[in-house]
Design a protein around this ligand. Structure first.
Ligand code: ADP
Ligand code: MG
Length: 386
């Protein structure tokens, strides 16, 4: 096993524009890190550089404390699983898994023992004689993972391995990959554009945007303490509510005017907001309630008319139009308002984020003991920002 360290790592393809800007990142031995971000932000490029499949334009990349900038892929002892299963179609699952060890001239008995061992970990025991075309997408991808695992790599790399599977198989294989990592503790870098996949799998999520690290942290940190509007919008479903507002101050009292409402922002994390500042205020739909009139003094309220009710099962997503702005509330589905009903929405001021409308930075990050409130393991820190 091995750690991975990137120092000022950059990439451009053949004199083209930079695809990765100087990027610093440290991945600990045994850590499960997910590179998350929209299509084209440089995730696969980064992964392929770690694998040795793509050259490095600048900076340094170390695996296991040795600089590998010029070490070819086959000498890096990393294994990679791609979106397309990439199995040899004419070979059985057994032969596909055994392929890497046969090339290394490993004794036949040793190969047999290891093939059966990894096949059992991935629930492939009964499928060893099958050809890939006679298996489901999920089974093929498990075979591809087994084939990568058998060489006991120092580092496991996954590039969107679940993208071609239907929702149910995706959830199942996600659990398998997590369990496998808990058992083997192999350093893993996993690429996805799916925030739910990232949140469920990762020890640490590296959120990327346009070839830069937007924010790095535990899933809980990214969810509770998004540093930017982009991070806030990218993480979490249903998506966060954003409303334009203007800050008002009367001596030490801070408030924000949002359409017809003026909300008092109590607490030290709002104390640096300036009068007249244009902001976006944000709250997640799961923290918004349809008021029953028992709200405390810290509750912020807005009135509006129900536009849409989307039943999700235990919960429903209720969209309310408040003075022209749409606000979504995720509420228990056992008592739902009717469309066009007039309702009051409320949420606690501690669940509100305030972003600068220009810089898009979060101006209201909780610090100190407020960090402890939601059980975040580390304080707010990013490995790299721009
Ligand atoms: P992601 O995996 O996040 O979707 P990629 O790493 O594949 O993003 O791509 C990042 C950027 O690099 C994109 O703008 C893409 O068009 C460009 N790119 C990727 N591969 C190549 C290549 N072989 N040649 C030129 N440009 C490339
Ligand atoms: Mg990609």
């Amino acid at each position: 096993m091995a750690n991975i360290v990137c120092k000022g790592l950059t990439k451009h393809y053949d004199g083209g524009p930079p695809v990765l800007h100087p990027l610093d990142l440290q991945i600990d031995d045994g850590e499960f890190v997910v590179l998350l971000g929209p299509s084209g932000c440089g995730k696969s490029t980064m992964l392929r550089m770690i694998a040795g499949l793509e050259g490095i334009s600048g900076g340094n990349l170390s695996i296991g404390n040795a600089v590998v900038n010029d070490v070819p892929a086959r000498e890096r002892n990393v294994a990679m699983v791609f979106q397309n299963y990439a199995l040899y179609p004419h070979m059985s699952v057994y032969d596909n898994i055994a392929f890497g060890l046969r090339r290394l001239k490993t004794p036949r008995q040793e190969i047999d023992r290891r093939v059966r061992e990894v096949a059992s970990m991935l629930n492939l025991d009964a499928l060893l004689d099958r050809k890939p075309r006679a298996m489901s997408g999920g089974q093929q991808q498990r075979a591809a993972i087994a084939r990568a695992m058998i060489k006991t790599p120092d580092v496991f790399l996954f590039d969107e391995p679940l993208s071609n599977l239907d929702a149910k198989l995706r959830a199942q294989l996600r659990t398998d990959i997590k369990r496998l990592h808990q058992r083997l503790q192999t350093t893993t870098v996993y690429v996805t554009h799916d925030q739910l996949e990232a949140m469920t799998l990762a020890d640490r999520v590296i959120l990327m945007r346009g070839g830069r690290i937007e924010q790095a942290g535990t899933p809980s940190e990214l969810y509770h303490y998004p540093r930017t509007l982009f991070a806030a919008g990218f993480i979490g479903t249903p998506a966060m509510n954003f409303l334009p507002g203007v800050i008002e101050r009367l001596a030490d009292a801070v408030s924000v005017r949002v359409s017809a409402e003026a909300w008092t922002l109590a607490g030290s994390r709002f104390s640096t907001l300036r009068a007249g500042q244009s902001v976006k205020v944000a709250v997640r739909p799961n923290y918004v309630r349809i008021s029953d009139g028992t709200g405390s003094a810290d509750t912020l309220k807005m009135r509006g008319s129900v536009e849409l009710v989307e039943m999700l099962g235990a919960d429903a997503l209720v969209t309310v139009v408040c003075s022209g702005e749409r606000v979504a509330a995720l509420v228990p589905s056992n008592s739902l308002p009717h469309v066009e009903a007039n309702v009051t929405l409320e949420f606690h001021s501690r669940d509100l984020h305030v972003f600068d409308a220009q810089t898009e930075e979060n101006l209201s990050l909780a610090r100190g003991d407020e960090t402890v409130r939601v059980g975040v393991e580390r304080t707010i820190s990013a490995v790299g920002t721009h």
